[in-house]
Design a protein around this ligand. Sequence first.
Ligand SMILES: [Zn+2]
Length: 650
Amino acid sequence: MTTRSAVPVPATHLDAARDADPATRSANAAMAATLPFGDTRDFEAARRGLIAPVPDGIVQARSGTAVWNLGEYAFIDGELAPATVNPSLWRMARLNLANGLFKVAERVYQLRGFDISNMTVLEGDSGLILIDPLMTAEVAQAALALYYAHRPSKPVVAVIYTHSHIDHYGGVRGVIDDADVKAGKVAVIAPAGFMEAIAGENVLAGLPMMRRAQFQFGSLLPRGPRGQVDAGLGKGVSRGTTGLIAPTQTIDQPIEEHVIDGLRIIFQLAPETEAPAEMHMFYPELRVLNMAENACPLLHNFIPLRGSVARDPRIWSKYISDAIELYASGTDVLIGQHHWPTWGRDAIVDYLQAQRDLYKHIHDQTLRYMNKGWRPAEIAEVIDLPPGLAERWSVRGYYGTVSHNVKAVYQRYLSWYDGNPCNLHPLPPAPAARKFVDYMGGASAVIERARADFAKGEFRWVAQVMKEVVYAEPDNKPARELCADALEQMGYQAESATWRNAFLYGAQELRHGVVQMPARTMMAADTLAGLSTDIFFDALAIRLDAAKAAAQVFMINWHFTDRAEKLVLTLSHSTLTHRVGASAAAAATVTTTRATLDSIMLQKMEVPEALSSGALRIEGDASRLEALFGMFDPPSSMMFDILTPGEGRF
Ligand SMILES: [Zn+2]
């Protein structure tokens, strides 16, 4: 497990933020005029069935630090958005404040507003089936405690993970423990490919993803009308302890029906949608359909700003369509693992049809323009939500945006390359920026003209051109400030919470620099233990310092006695590869356990210590293992530069 440390945000960061410019005020007012603010049904739905709110709005860790504090959002208290917040986003920011224990239907409860995601409780015949135990143990435990304060104290008999994202499994150790799982008292159920998806999405590129997630969620921004107001899917992510208990049972067939503690659950797999491994559930006796995270009341991401493999909106739409066909006629309540439910069959069908068309529309129209030869940024400029969808709150871009989703569709089919050979081998950003700025008459001349454009409200262009000056001259304070000012106005205008967070956090880093954090080991112990040795060796291979490995060629056999696994690791051409088996030509054979190797990876144990204790034995040339471990990069800080070129690059 790993603890996500809370970094205090200096209050001075808020003072540095500017007010909304006239252009921002008029853009936000113009948008407000086009949207149906008279339709307040979502506010009723978000409150419906409330039994009790999150006690004091706070969840504390044992140490006393708040891992979750809704009190930070007390400023969100009226219908009228401040000039520094997009009015549509303000509405979502208010809705996402609904919190507590809610009764959804007979035997179905939800805990909302304890984290970015929801925990759903199904009451079985003898115990509880918990769906998605939030992101950290502290909030999951507090959520379950609130449930127990108002409902009978039945034991947890099963945990179901709807998909492979950490806000849907990371808090599992707050609600069940390993011993009960091993003793068979608690089943842990997940969609096929769940563990592989976690490894694939979050392990190999986990570090830059965490860094980029800071921009997506605005976790290091102060809360406030000039700071973070929401994260689209919820208020933000909790700051407690994450963990993982591997599933004991996976759902492998496209549709599978099980009776769990007396309740019929029909699982519908929906792979390669919002997550690589995801599933919907229908509870026929309860007349409740759970769409996991595939039909939230917003436009989701085809690639989130944190980065991911491009998702497939065509398949996503198809699985929504299948769910309507299969389950809608027997559904009275639609729930998801974020946000509030929808009640009533007609409303549910209407809602799901809009979601179905939303994803397909962006996919199809992007391809339509791609087939005419349009480039990503051009397509993003011309496609918007069509009439009929645009006026619906439930499809607006609070999390994803049409703009960056269009680019994700392009990337999925045609890659990062727009086909123009002038873009095939350009100079890297900093040398190119130095040339641009030089050709444009120097930094001062560019800044002067950009200031005039700022006054005209051309913030997109000002940020774009100031990026060049900042990359040419990273210490140029006026350039950094003007860039920050432009990003900030873009943040104030953004309907998407993730865009707002990215723009405002970018401005904050330009003004105050990058918060320094200690280097960290590559992943949580739970995640590491859950990795197949195949992925484990790949995670090791991506840390190989190619220069240190130059001209070295050898093989090492590995025998992991706790998993009865034998693999051979080959170093050649500054590259590590591995395969199942053993080689007679290997320089050495290492006999150990994966648990020991995990400890070494987490820097809880050194190789000599493992050798002397007998936890690791080497036959053959022991110096090879030592040499190999000397070739890996040490754990690095994720706080690399983004807004500026960065030390030691170019
Ligand atoms: Zn989620």
